[in-house]
Design a protein around this ligand. Structure first.
Ligand code: TDO
Length: 184
């Protein structure tokens, strides 16, 4: 398992070690001790999610606030996505900046997103199945979001506007200028 710090502190790219043989392959998609050793984070995940989407779907930008701050650990089981994490931690020197990375069933890369980040992804393949672990349970009352196309965030989702598919909720997310930074 190779763990690389992104330009945003606490946000890591994880590349599992893949063992290939005549039968196919094997890899550890998560190992608590190795993750802790490499990052210093003693993560306890409480919920696993899975979502399938067709090409052009963009989900986000989502987060949960206190008392249900949510770290996420993502991977793609089928297809390819562009995964995006935006730093919205109050007082962070990289506030408003984002990282975006292609995660796919081919590259098997994973993204760890810590507390205080807004998260979203676009589907670049015909369809994609995304799986992720969370360290807090779903809490509708703590949910917040930011408009995916906010000019100040300047995220390139790599989907033509006329092919983007968003939920009703995400079509109505607030602008970044109206968003309150997250206190950890
Ligand atoms: C996120 C979530 C949703 N739901 C329900 C609520 C709703 O009826 C249905 C679909 O919810 P949403 O439209 O919010 O699903 P979606 O837009 O896929 O939401 C997800 O987006 C990505 C980008 C994230 O980062 C996740 O944390 C999550 O917010 O599933 C749960 O029961 N548990 C959950 O943990």
């Amino acid at each position: 398992m190779k763990i690389t710090q992104t330009k945003l502190s606490g946000c890591f790219i994880v590349e599992p070690q893949i063992f290939k043989d005549d039968r196919g392959y094997f890899f550890e998609s998560y190992n608590h001790e190795k993750f802790k050793e490499a990052t210093g984070i003693d993560m306890v995940f409480l919920q696993d999610n899975q979502a399938k989407s067709q090409y052009g779907v963009i989900r986000g930008l989502h987060l949960q606030r206190t008392p249900s701050l949510q770290a996420k650990f993502l991977r793609v089981l089928e297809g390819k996505i562009l995964d995006v994490a935006v730093d919205v931690r109050k007082g962070s020197p990289t506030y408003g900046q984002h990282v975006s990375i292609e995660l796919s069933a081919e590259n098997n890369l994973q993204l760890f997103i810590p507390h205080g980040f807004a998260h979203g992804y676009s589907v670049l393949s015909e369809s994609a199945v995304v799986a992720y672990k969370c360290d807090a349970l779903y809490d509708k009352e703590s949910e917040d979001g930011i408009n995916l196309f906010d000019k100040n965030l300047n995220i390139d989702w790599r989907i033509p506007m006329d092919q983007a598919i968003l939920s009703e909720k995400d079509l109505n997310q607030k602008q970044f200028s109206d968003f309150k930074a997250v206190e950890l």
